[in-house]
Design a protein around this ligand. Structure first.
Ligand SMILES: [Zn+2]
Length: 354
């Protein structure tokens, strides 16, 4: 599951699409997306102004003052590709699709329709002559027709990098944004991800999931007093549990809590009440250090994480305890333990972590 540093890396990859106009949106017919049909229509034609990160959340601001809130969940990934020739759409479209059950050939036709594979112009008006039936009807909701234009290289891949093609055919695609010079694809295999449009960007800041976030591990000036105050609300909880609570500290997940507790020399199962102020300061420092290293190394690519350009991080090669059960502790050579605690794995050195 992507943690703060990985989400930050995804954000940086997405930055290159800021300023681009949304020409078309193709969205999955899963309820969480199809329920936003009207909102999708309302952001068409606007441009993406800014993307910010709060903890593990990404906040998109559009120039029409609307916004979108995105969480990668367990396996959400963004892919951004430049498209050599931007599609010139006559009408902006928001289209609901069943990506899971659409045969690949239908998808190819569909993308041909968006000008990405060829040069066919698009018309929303049923043509007078027999239409070429590419991509019609879709989902029985809307009918779009091609008008016969240049048939040159309609299904060619000339205008798209080959990897885009692979993503477009994936059954795990949830959202596709066709922008003026790019295509941005949100894929989510396990479907715990979240993408919700808001009528006003500013509304998102009053959502509890954003407003209540604790200090961010990627903030080098993380407010230690605030972190301590938030931790101390839960004196009887174990420290490892509360590091996963975004209301206590934002952007920390299972990997970096294990690494930070090791660096701080704190037993993951200690009760918060037993931690001294110094312990908590050391823990805060360790969280900042681990997050900074992770960011510098492009994040941790275990399971599915990649940045928006598809590159993998290197942090997993430097883990001190995470995933190192039975291997020697880098400090004292005792064997690293792995315990299950509240359904999550904790990795720690019984000698170094007291
Ligand atoms: Zn040790």
């Amino acid at each position: 599951m992507p943690e703060g540093p990985e989400v930050e890396i995804v954000k940086r990859g997405l930055m290159k699409i800021t300023g681009e106009t949304i020409q078309a949106i193709l969205y999955s017919n899963r309820r969480k997306y199809s329920g936003q049909a009207t909102l999708f229509t309302e952001i068409l034609g606007s441009s993406l102004q800014e993307i910010t990160r709060r903890g593990k959340w990404l906040l998109f601001a559009f120039n029409n003052s609307m916004g979108a809130l995105n969480h990668l969940g367990m396996s959400g990934r963004w892919f951004v590709y430049e498209i050599a020739s931007s599609p010139q759409l006559e009408n902006a479209l928001a289209l609901e699709l069943d990506f899971r059950s659409m045969p690949s050939s239908e998808k190819i036709k569909l993308f041909g329709k968006f000008g990405l594979f060829g040069t066919l112009p698009i018309s929303l008006n049923p043509p007078s002559k027999t239409p070429s039936l590419m991509g019609t009807p879709v989902e029985g909701r809307q009918f779009f027709y091609f008008e016969e234009g240049s048939s040159d290289n309609v299904f060619g891949r000339r205008n798209l990098p080959p990897r885009v093609f692979e993503h477009l055919l994936s059954p795990h695609v949830q959202l596709i944004f066709i922008l003026s010079h790019s295509i941005a694809i949100f894929e989510d295999v396990r479907t715990f991800g979240y993408f919700q449009i808001y009528q006003r960007f500013s509304d998102m800041f009053s959502l509890p999931s954003i407003q209540d976030l604790g200090p961010d591990i990627l903030d080098e000036n993380l407010d230690v007093a605030e972190f301590r105050k938030r931790l101390k609300k839960y004196p009887r909880s174990t420290i490892c549990t509360k590091l996963l609570d975004a209301k206590v500290v934002a952007g920390c997940g299972n990997i970096y809590r294990n690494e930070a507790l090791f660096l701080a020399g704190i037993n993951p199962l200690r009760k918060i009440a037993s931690l001294s102020n110094e312990d908590i300061s050391q823990l805060a420092d360790s969280l900042i250090r681990v997050a900074k290293q992770a960011l510098e190394r492009g994040g941790s690519s275990i399971r599915s994480f990649t940045s928006a350009d598809g590159s993998k991080g290197q942090m997993q090669e430097r883990f001190l305890v995470y995933g190192r059960e039975g291997l020697p502790c880098p400090n004292c050579s005792s064997l690293i333990r792995r315990d299950k605690f509240q359904q999550r794995s904790i990795f720690w050195c019984p000698k170094c972590q007291k």
